[in-house]
Design a protein around this ligand. Structure first.
Ligand code: SAM
Length: 204
């Protein structure tokens, strides 16, 4: 089986170009992108640990941005796993085309369509959902709709990881998945909080 973790090192020019596309996306839609630079390697590492990405077969990423977090997830995933990414910005979504990995399904669209997109690709209930979407600046009904769908769609025992500057996602998601485990990653611009919810394995 191919080991995608041994991918070629990326060219500096590609990385700089991706950062420019990200900055331009932020300038167009600051409330939607919510950051001027992509997440740091330190945030990526925490996402992989909190989500226990290595043992999942179906993973969803909401708000893939330039694909830095996407590459990190792919680097940690099993060879037989699938990663579905939803990105709302077409220029950022276009960057995912640079990733050559048959395990990746990149979808241009809103996270509010997650249920339909999962079904369209015939994917099983995700064991991990990872989101960089800035829930604090989303329209409130859309934020609640996305969080409710994540809670319903997650496999029993599945993990939902949200990383953002604001803590408001914890309050917004509590009705659907209860209280979260929270960590702070200071080595990022700006420092971010990471939240993890675990869906109960069975009803009691
Ligand atoms: C803070 S950036 C995170 C990007 C990347 N994952 C990273 O960590 O560098 C948030 C991303 O979420 C995307 N986004 C915002 N609202 C969205 C929505 N409703 N559906 C899908 N993507 C969305 C933005 O376009 C942006 O790429």
């Amino acid at each position: 089986m191919v080991d995608f973790r041994n991918a070629k090192p990326r060219r500096l020019r590609d990385e700089l170009d991706e950062r420019l596309v990200f900055l331009q996306a932020f300038l167009r839609e600051p409330r939607q992108v919510a950051s001027v630079v992509p997440s740091s390697r330190f945030v990526e590492r925490r996402i992989l640990q909190l989500g226990e990405v290595r043992r999942a077969r179906t993973i969803v990423e909401l708000g893939s941005g330039t694909g830095g977090t996407t590459r990190a997830i792919l680097g940690a995933m099993r060879g037989d796993a699938k990663l579905l990414c939803l990105e709302i910005d077409d220029k950022l979504h276009g960057l995912l085309g640079r990733i050559e990995d048959p395990r990746l399904i990149a979808h241009l669209g809103c996270a509010g369509e997650l249920r339909e997109v999962l079904a369209a690709h015939g994917l099983a209930a995700p064991e991990v959902v990872i989101s960089g979407i800035p829930f604090s600046t989303l329209e409130r009904t859309l934020a609640s709709r996305i969080l409710e769908a994540i809670a319903a769609l997650l496999a029993p025992g599945g993990r939902f990881i949200a990383y953002q500057v604001s803590a408001s996602v914890e309050r917004l998601c509590r009705p659907f998945l209860g209280s979260a485990h929270e960590e702070l990653e200071p080595l990022n611009i700006p420092p971010v909080r990471l939240f993890r919810w675990t869906k109960r394995a069975c009803a009691d």
